[in-house]
Design a protein around this ligand. Structure first.
Ligand code: TRP
Length: 362
């Protein structure tokens, strides 16, 4: 079987450069390599409701933001089916049947769910819908027979759980579902992009994120606020590169061309790091350089976003068409699943013949 790619995001806010480095950039790469049969990107609004059920407006508002972010990083709607999860009712149906194959204890052991439960203070009040979201995610993946999932490494426990459900389903009902594999960013640094405060992973709730939709001025302001080395006070002081967020970002984004263009006094990042360590290189210089480097990546993204913000009819059609396609494709799997379980009563004559056979006279 060929490669079927599927991934998604909860629409709880605009996407930031942590999402970009950790996943979006990879998705565009996969798209441009064109080595796949089908490619889906899903706005996981139903999953987002599992911990935002009391604030549905937030989810509704962010659907368009996330789609605009997809289009602006270069996802091409002619190559990728972009769709809305809640509109694909086969996903909810599949979830219901898969729920039989998972114990509550197993759900509680899922490391991502576990940390989310404690982060949200759900400890004894976890809604069963939230606890079940890994099962719904299994439905998302298996409905499209997806085998390649570009995600960040926080999603690995979800894929592991998905594959367990797939194996269990297939062993009980026959070979219908397909196991999947994660497609992770190559470099370790790309998997966990810290926020500008350097304290933890970039996240909306911590207020330490640089958004893809930020203006040039906002990006510059945030870079100037970035955590560097607190002991590097005077320019002449030796500085630390490890744990220095500016260098961490340069590790991810900078290449030798950038040096030629914006900082020709240095050939490459190693030279710059050595100078910083030795002393005599100020934070303002490295921050200004980082602003230029980031702008090269963010400027085209911003321009595409601007285009789509002014062509919302096009965006609306993209989501609507993509969703129709997804409904069609997922329904096919639902039919296979129901048939395998034996709950396909009216799809052919079989059930009719069985009941008649059972009560045949004479
Ligand atoms: N759980 C993912 C996240 O929080 C979103 C998601 C939902 C997803 N369904 C998926 C990702 C299926 C990959 C495949 O980002």
């Amino acid at each position: 079987m060929g490669k079927i790619i599927l991934t998604g995001d909860r629409p709880t806010g605009r996407l930031h450069i942590g999402h970009y480095v950790g996943s979006l950039r990879n998705r565009v790469k996969l798209q441009n390599e064109e080595q796949y049969d089908k490619y889906y990107i899903m706005v996981a609004d139903a999953q987002a409701l599992t911990d935002n059920f009391d604030n549905p407006q937030k989810i509704r508002d962010n659907v368009i933001e996330v789609v605009l972010d997809y289009l602006s990083v270069g996802i091409d709607p002619n190559k990728v089916v972009i769709f809305l999860q809640s509109e694909v009712s086969a996903l909810t149906e599949l979830t219901f049947y898969y729920m039989n194959l998972v114990t509550v204890a197993r759900l509680l052991r899922n490391p991502t769910v576990k940390s989310e439960i404690s982060m949200r203070g759900f400890d004894n009040t976890v809604p069963s819908g939230f606890l079940n979201y890994p099962i719904s995610q299994t439905a998302d993946i298996t409905a499209f027979k997806a085998n390649c999932i570009p995600v960040g490494d926080d999603q690995l426990p979800m894929l592991e759980q998905c594959n367990e459900i797939v194996r269990k389903f297939n062993s009980i009902y026959g070979d219908v579902l397909v196991e999947c594999e994660a497609y992770l960013p190559q470099k370790e640094a790309e998997r966990r992009v810290p926020g500008i405060d350097g304290k933890s992973k970039m996240s909306k709730s911590l207020g330490n994120a640089i958004y893809l939709a930020d203006t040039k001025e906002e990006v510059a302001r945030k870079v100037m606020l970035m955590y560097t080395d607190p002991d590097h006070i005077k320019v002449s002081d030796p500085g630390k590169v490890e744990g220095n967020i500016v260098f961490l970002y340069l590790d991810i984004f900078a290449n030798d061309e950038h040096f030629k263009k914006y900082l020709p006094e240095y050939q490459n990042l190693d030279e710059l790091k050595n100078k910083y360590r030795a002393g005599g290189l100020g934070d303002v210089v490295i921050k200004k350089f980082l602003i230029n480097v980031l702008e090269e990546e963010l400027e085209p993204i911003r321009e595409r976003r601007h285009y789509y913000e002014n062509h919302l009819d096009e965006v609306y059609d993209i989501i609507k068409k993509g969703t129709q396609q997804a409904i069609e494709d997922a329904n096919k799997t639902l039919i296979d699943v129901k048939k395998a379980i034996g709950i396909d009563y009216f799809s052919n004559q079989q059930f009719y013949l069985e009941i008649n056979d059972k009560y045949k006279q004479g």
